[in-house]
Design a protein around this ligand. Structure first.
Ligand code: IPM
Ligand code: MG
Length: 352
């Protein structure tokens, strides 16, 4: 099969972790007789430096022409500490999500048997956790009207959702639940917010189309609590953009390291695959970042964008093997030897 992939390494540790995912993907392609064409493109702070714009038109065209986008991370501290900066790397990410129509962000959370004791949560709380948070990604407060009132001392951000936006996300959630344990949790704040009431009403209306799915409705504050108390009681959770942003960071600690969890964003145009962690600028260039989240994102890409299940399964198996054998970066090594980012990538590619 011919696979055309846009490669957006981005900032910070992005290029280092992406390089490992490329090694592993190339090894997979060789083994299964696929032909991958990687087309690199600029995004984030490095794109601002090069062309003054975090998601240049040229990058968008490359993404549109590709079958999938593999993405590293974006962000740079020099923008975080400057609230007056008018161009920011994150704007590139939001523009990319909007222009590619990536309305659904799929963030799985699961545990690795050999890492269970790396989690800050107790073993009995997290064993068996296998959940997916499906986050709406192109609406809500991230994209609503915002601004300052004249005196500059009052600011506002507005959250807007249409029924259609909720329906298309919820439909994916129901379908995902059908393919899994048939349980769906709609996370909202319907006791306070009108948008949440629209979410709840819309999902309730859709229940009849998926009679086998058991739907629960929970407030986001309660979910924030239950997610660390009993994560293994959830299957698929659907939620709006900001709640999803917060809950997926929270969920990422369950597995023991933020450097482990992959994600996929799907929607109207080309799907995008990225680790859920950020650009980790303190580690950039040091060859110490954990590449597994990006490698596992490549596995999601093989499976979701190309339907190549066996390839994806092999990547996951090799990742598990590396964890079992302790071929891990410093975030997971504990007192044992820590391998470099590039060494982990080489090992995985060789074992493919
Ligand atoms: C994420 C990130 C982004 C978000 C930032 C970098 C804009 O936190 O992908 O979760 O808030 O969506
Ligand atoms: Mg986030």
């Amino acid at each position: 099969m011919k696979l055309k992939i846009a490669l957006l390494a981005g900032d910070g540790i992005g290029p280092e972790v992406i390089a490992q995912a490329v090694k592993v993907s190339d090894a997979i392609a060789k083994k299964f007789n696929h032909e991958i064409t990687w087309t690199p493109a600029l995004t984030g702070a490095c794109a601002i430096d090069a062309v003054g714009e975090p998601y240049p038109d040229e990058t968008h065209e490359i993404c549109m022409a590709a079958d999938a986008v593999l993405f590293g991370a974006i962000g740079h501290p020099r923008f975080d500490n400057d609230p007056k900066a008018t161009v920011r790397p994150e704007q590139g990410l939001l523009k990319m999500r909007k222009k590619l129509g990536l309305f659904a962000n799929i963030r799985p959370t699961f545990t690795f048997p050999s890492l269970i004791d790396n989690s800050p949560l107790k073993r009995e709380r997290i064993e068996g956790t296998d959940l997916i948070i499906l986050r709406e990604l192109t609406g809500g407060i991230y994209f609503g009207a915002r601004g300052r009132l004249d005196d500059g001392n009052t600011a506002f951000d507005t959250c807007t959702y249409t029924r259609t936006e909720v329906q298309r996300l919820a439909k994916l959630g129901f379908e995902m639940a059908m393919a899994r344990d048939k349980r769906l949790c709609c996370v909202d704040k319907a006791n306070v917010l009108e948008t949440s009431r629209l979410w709840r009403e819309t999902v309730q209306d859709m229940e009849k189309d998926f009679p086998e799915v058991k739907v629960s409705y929970e407030f986001v504050d309660a979910v924030a609590m239950r997610l660390v108390q009993w994560p293994n009681t959830y299957d698929v959770l659907i939620t709006e953009n900001l709640f999803g942003d917060i809950l997926t960071d929270e969920a990422s600690v369950i597995s023991g390291s933020m450097g482990l969890m992959p994600s996929a964003s799907i929607g109207v145009h080309t799907s995008l695959f990225e680790p859920i962690h950020g650009s980790y600028p303190q580690a950039a260039g040091k060859d110490i970042a954990n590449p597994l989240a990006t490698v596992l994102s490549a596995a999601m890409m093989f499976e979701d964008a190309f339907g190549l299940k066996e390839e994806a399964a092999l990547i996951r198996a090799v990742v598990n093997k590396s964890l079992d054998e302790g071929i891990v970066t410093e975030d997971l090594a504990g007192k044992n030897k820590a391998y470099k980012t590039s060494e982990v990538g080489d090992w995985l590619a060789k074992n493919v």
